[in-house]
Write a protein that binds this ligand. Structure first.
Ligand SMILES: NC(=O)c1ccc[n+]([C@@H]2O[C@H](COP(=O)([O-])OP(=O)(O)OC[C@H]3O[C@@H](n4cnc5c(N)ncnc54)[C@H](O)[C@@H]3O)[C@@H](O)[C@H]2O)c1
Length: 413
């Protein structure tokens, strides 16, 4: 069997997107080569220890031991694959503009090994035009001279780490390819691992849809964060308002306030949209405003927490509970808790943190819940946090997660 007829999949990037995709493909009888340029991660994975919470060590070890999966740093293994998916990070640079360096590097690294009939798919989130204007030219310029008929599609990943219901299999996948044959092949590939593969007319539609999905979340979270502050000044419980509004059976979707937005997606992807708008001579004013509102939340939370402390205490001790950007994961990328801690410290507070899923963060270690404090802030409601211990000790708590509603000594955002 030639490489191009093989059911061998190469996935570039073995993180929160690439590793779950690998396991879903193994479940669908693909043999998967997981390529990552981070040597320690490749060794960890091949040692049977999963770096991603949603993939158990047991599942990973089973896939490795039956020869259905391996991780490697060797890009030449792409030559065996009929399908190559790119799942590398697409972060922001120092100016908070799209940084496609890793995506370009990945395209450059696979290019010499794509062969006739290979299907190359980008799953990384980026602005419309990334597949057509960046990835395809890099691969076409650097592919082997004799490789013909390379197929290209964009299929932005929608994984939601920590979600017990929605996964690679049951989350519908958007697919936009550059031509009919690429579309047919990409639909067949995702049809083999997902329950629903949805065709859109171009890669740009798929890329733009991904930005719309995540920007939708950003602006709705900003709206509720702003609304929370308005309610708070009038002593109105915003959660009761959200619950009340949620009784409307159509045209309303509940979002909850919090310390801000974090992770690799919601704070980042909308800035791909604002940048793309500027490149096209437009301004995404509404999205920029939402971004500013969310960025102001850590200071608002810091001020609220410190206002709960007796004014005679010069350097209040503040314990932050949960530093990961969302419950159920140890992922601290872009966590708004960084800014929260900075604002607390800037106002003279001594700050410690506790998170059962994070042991070291920004050079400091998680403390136990026994750490004596004047006020505690629940920033992320991590499973396994024994917050009731603090309540029974009578410690004042500012709950940004609405998980301790109505308990004595607990204020909600
Ligand atoms: N994490 C999410 O919830 C999520 C959801 C949907 C979409 N996405 C998008 O998926 C993409 C990947 O995100 P992630 O969360 O999986 O990132 P991640 O950091 O968890 O994993 C990416 C992996 O790629 C590796 N890598 C970086 N450059 C590489 C290269 N040139 N060659 C090979 N490996 C390389 C890194 O070492 C890392 O292990 C991003 O575009 C992100 O926006 C992420």
């Amino acid at each position: 069997m030639s490489a191009q007829q093989s059911k061998i999949l190469a996935i570039i990037g073995q993180g929160y997107v690439g590793l779950p995709l690998a396991m879903a493909a193994v479940d669908a009888d693909w043999t998967v080569i997981g390529i990552d340029n981070f040597v320690a991660k490749v060794e960890q994975i091949n040692g049977g220890s999963s770096p991603v919470e949603d993939i158990s060590d047991t599942k990973l070890k089973a896939a490795i031991s039956r020869g259905a999966y391996k991780a490697t740093t060797d890009f030449s293994e792409v030559a065996q694959a009929s399908v190559v998916t790119i799942c590398v990070p697409t972060p922001l640079d120092d100016k908070r503009e799209p940084d496609l360096t890793l995506l370009r590097n990945a395209a450059m690294a696979i290019a010499p090994y794509v062969s006739n009939e290979t299907l190359v798919i980008s799953e990384s989130t980026s602005y419309p035009g990334t597949l057509r204007d960046i990835i395809i030219p890099i691969i076409n310029q650097n592919k082997p001279k004799d490789s013909k008929n390379i197929y290209f599609a964009s299929a932005p990943e929608r994984v939601n780490p920590g979600d017990a219901i929605w996964n690679q299999k049951n989350t519908p996948r958007l697919i936009g390819a550059i031509d009919q044959e690429s579309q047919k092949r990409a639909l067949a590939f995702y049809g083999s691992i997902c329950d629903a593969a949805i065709s859109v007319s171009t890669p740009e539609i798929a890329e733009a849809a991904k930005l719309l999905e995540n920007t939708f979340r950003l602006v709705n979270i900003a709206l509720i964060n702003e609304f929370t502050q308005l309610c708070s000044t009038s002593g109105i419980n915003v959660h009761e308002v959200i619950d009340a509004a949620s009784s409307k059976p159509y045209g309303f979707m509940p979002f909850r306030p919090g310390v801000g937005v974090g992770g690799h997606c919601i704070p980042v992807d909308p800035l791909y949209l604002t940048w793309w708008a500027r490149q096209n001579g437009s301004k995404a004013a509404f999205v920029e405003s939402a971004d500013s509102i969310n960025h102001a939340m850590p200071k608002y939370v810091a001020d609220r927490a410190l206002s709960m402390v007796d004014a005679s205490i010069q350097n209040p001790k503040v314990l932050i509970l949960g530093v990961a950007y969302k419950p159920g994961v140890g992922d601290v990328r872009e966590t708004p808790v960084s800014e929260l801690r900075a604002h607390l410290k800037a106002q003279g507070a001594e700050v410690a943190w506790h998170d059962p899923l994070v042991s070291v963060w920004e050079g400091t270690k998680s403390v136990s819940l026994d750490w004596e404090c004047d006020v505690a802030i629940i920033a992320t409601n991590q499973p396994g946090m024994k917050v009731t211990e603090l309540i029974s000790k009578g410690i004042q708590i500012l709950d940004c997660t609405n998980s301790l509603n109505g308990q004595k000594g607990v204020s909600s955002l």
